[in-house]
Design a protein around this ligand. Structure first.
Ligand SMILES: Nc1ncnc2c1ncn2[C@@H]1O[C@H](COP(=O)(O)OP(=O)(O)OP(=O)(O)O)[C@@H](O)[C@H]1O
Length: 233
């Protein structure tokens, strides 16, 4: 993925002001933005997805301008072709697994039938081993299954990149280890570029790639973590 972000945004709540001034350029297919709570990671991720509009700057993905204040470009969320995995997965509680995944389809299947089907839907149900629970509702799923449903929903529309907001924070430690490995395998299999934000140093260490550190609204440092090399040593 080629990502070029240089944005500024000021947020005010009462007397408090938070300034995001983030510059990020990367050609890596694995990017991790690591930083403490309140550093501005979610704001940056949401700006890339189009869920938050910066005050100034530009955002380009694979050479395509998604936002450019000077050129008055602001591509709407649904046309940015990026998948977004929300921290709490944001599944619809009243929709079953099939319906939740179908919701991710391009045309916006806003009221998918309980027995929704289709080639892509079947593919993702199988890919994430969700077929046995396809008729179940989010409250009837395990944490790992919930995450897989959210991933399938984010991937079914074949996005150019997948943005992940603290993907393991909602999981217990054992499941976190397993789902990190699953995500790692998924990235290798699909070759889909991923950008993850996290406050957990283990995520950065295990997932690896281009790791940027965010502090007080700015990118304060960056390094390359070669996971295979670090496993070996
Ligand atoms: N709507 C808002 N109005 C004012 N300030 C806000 C608003 N949303 C977030 N902020 C502030 O912006 C800063 C960055 O928030 P952000 O959610 O991006 O942090 P984060 O690094 O993702 O933290 P966490 O890991 O806790 O999710 C925080 O200090 C927060 O209080």
């Amino acid at each position: 993925m080629l990502i070029d972000v240089d944005i500024a945004k000021t947020l005010r709540a009462g007397q408090r002001t938070f300034r995001l001034k983030a510059r990020l350029v990367s050609a890596s297919d694995r990017i991790v933005i690591y930083g403490a709570s309140g550093a501005g990671k979610s704001m940056l991720l949401k700006a890339i997805a189009g869920l938050v509009t910066p005050d100034n700057g530009h955002i380009a993905l694979n050479g395509r301008r998604l936002y450019d204040r000077a050129a008055k470009v602001d591509v709407p969320v649904q046309r940015r072709h990026v998948g977004y995995l929300f921290q709490d997965y944001a599944l619809f509680p009243h929709l079953n697994v099939r319906q939740n995944i179908a919701f991710g389809l391009k045309k916006g299947w806003f009221n998918p039938p309980v027995t929704a089907h289709g080639e892509q839907l079947d593919y993702w149900l199988d890919a994430f081993e969700l077929r046995p629970v396809a008729h179940q509702y989010p409250a009837q799923l395990s944490g790992g299954q919930r995450q897989r449903v959210a991933l399938a929903r984010a991937l079914i529309d074949e996005p150019q990149a997948l943005l992940l907001d603290e993907p393991f924070a909602a999981l217990d430690p054992a499941l976190r280890v397993r789902m990190r490995a699953e995500l790692d395998a998924l990235q290798h299999r699909l070759r889909i570029p991923m950008l993850m934000i996290t406050h957990d140093p283990d995520d950065a260490r295990v997932f690896g790639g281009h790791v940027l550190t965010m502090m007080d609204g700015v990118i304060a440092g960056e390094r390359q973590i070669d996971v295979e090399a670090s496993h070996g040593g």
